[in-house]
Design a binder for this molecule. Sequence first.
Ligand code: AMP
Length: 277
Amino acid sequence: MYIFKRIKELQFYLKSCQGSIGFVPTMGALHEGHISLIQKSSSENDITVCSIFVNPTQFNDKKDFEKYPITIDEDIKLLIAAQTDVLFLPEVDEMYPKGIGHIEMYAIGYLDTILDGAFRPGHFNGVCNIVHRLLDAVQPLNLYMGEKDFQQCLVVAQLIEQIGSKVNLITCPTLREQDGLAMSSRNRRLSAAGRQQATAIYTVLKTLREQQFMQSFATLQQQGLQYLQEKGFEPEYILLANASNLQLLDNFQTDCSMVVLVAAKLEGVRLIDNMRI
Ligand code: AMP
């Protein structure tokens, strides 16, 4: 596996390669969820590029940024084992040569007003900045992202359209631990007890899926919020939306595909998850 820290060197190498490029952007602290994206890319492309960059402009909470887990040596081992071709590992200066105070403003619109857009002001604008810059650097044919970050996938799909990029966005299913907890780099920050409690998010999602049409969404939402609180969470939201555009729904519908989305903090760690229902 080649490792590049500079855009110019990365591009010089990629120009010498033949065939299609698949790209998996990450913030590191890799787990099997990330590796599943690498594997999907490898199966569909000649070259797979993974990037690891903890993007400062998408953290609205400074402490969250400072505490973000960094495990680069282990990440490199995992990427080599997964037969990744290229790791792009830039420093902040490389991605933000004018400094992180000088970023573009994107017209995110509705998606920035709901769910994580509402709870994390500026987050998706930071995501758009880094994804745009990384796409320019890597120029992939295919871009692989996880449905674990459901809203992010929609924001990036919109970004791709807005910037007139030809990249294909391929969204991949969420990988879960045996007890159902969605794999996440942030899970590493939980204590052993917190890790056990964290599965409550999955329990809430599963209950909502199983009980839909038996009770109203409002009732299930209330029960879910209470359950999370009992398990030691500070819930931010449990919401139901149309899966194709994230328009929020008051109750279950029969004429559109739906998704339930949850965000809650446990031991100061913000966890998100979702389930199509
Ligand atoms: P992150 O490093 O958290 O920014 O994630 C990098 C990519 O991996 C994003 O496209 C995520 O949606 C995806 N991802 C994160 N967790 C999972 C998971 N449990 N299953 C599948 N994909 C994931």
